[in-house]
Design a protein around this ligand. Structure first.
Ligand SMILES: [Zn+2]
Length: 158
């Protein structure tokens, strides 16, 4: 690790990897991105393979973990915001929106579990069209076949 240049572990070019320091790398996860500054390591001039120093590799991994955590936390906060704006308790939200264990929403909002995509879509619809909540609550009391066949229109026709 102390040599200034090294052979490439990817393409095998002898002494192909030149050291670098103070490099900034942008990483992204879904809609979030961040920049990690001051990274050091080696890059292969032949194939662009990059290897970080152990310290930089650890910082890179930590930044990636933090970004994923920030994303999950943000999703959880938005889920909580929409639930509160809909004036639902966590247990009502489980009952009407998600199903699952009684603490499912608590776990989504604390970012312990990533909410399933159909729930996110339902939350987004309620956020955009708050009046849909009454329809959702009504559908919860409707038999599945009546709901899907569109034969139960007592609410929307009302
Ligand atoms: Zn290479």
């Amino acid at each position: 690790m102390k040599d200034s240049s090294r052979s490439c572990c990817n393409c095998g070019t002898k002494n192909g990897m030149a050291p670098f320091s103070d490099r900034s790398v942008k990483i992204s996860f879904k809609e979030l991105s961040t920049e990690i500054a001051g990274l050091a390591g080696w890059t292969c001039g032949a194939c662009d393979e990059t290897e970080f120093t152990p310290d930089s590799a650890a910082r890179y991994a930590d930044a990636s973990d933090s970004l994923i955590e920030a994303y999950r936390r943000e999703v959880g906060e938005q889920v909580k915001r929409i639930r509160k704006e809909a004036s639902l308790t966590q247990s009502e939200a489980v009952r009407y929106l998600s199903g699952g264990g009684h603490n499912a929403f608590s776990r989504y909002e604390r970012a312990e579990v990533e909410p399933p995509k159909p729930l996110l879509i339902l939350m987004a619809l309620i956020d955009r069209h708050p009046e849909l909540l009454q329809e959702v609550i009504h559908l919860n009391d409707t038999a599945a076949l009546g709901m899907l066949s569109g034969k139960d229109h007592t609410h929307s026709a009302g």
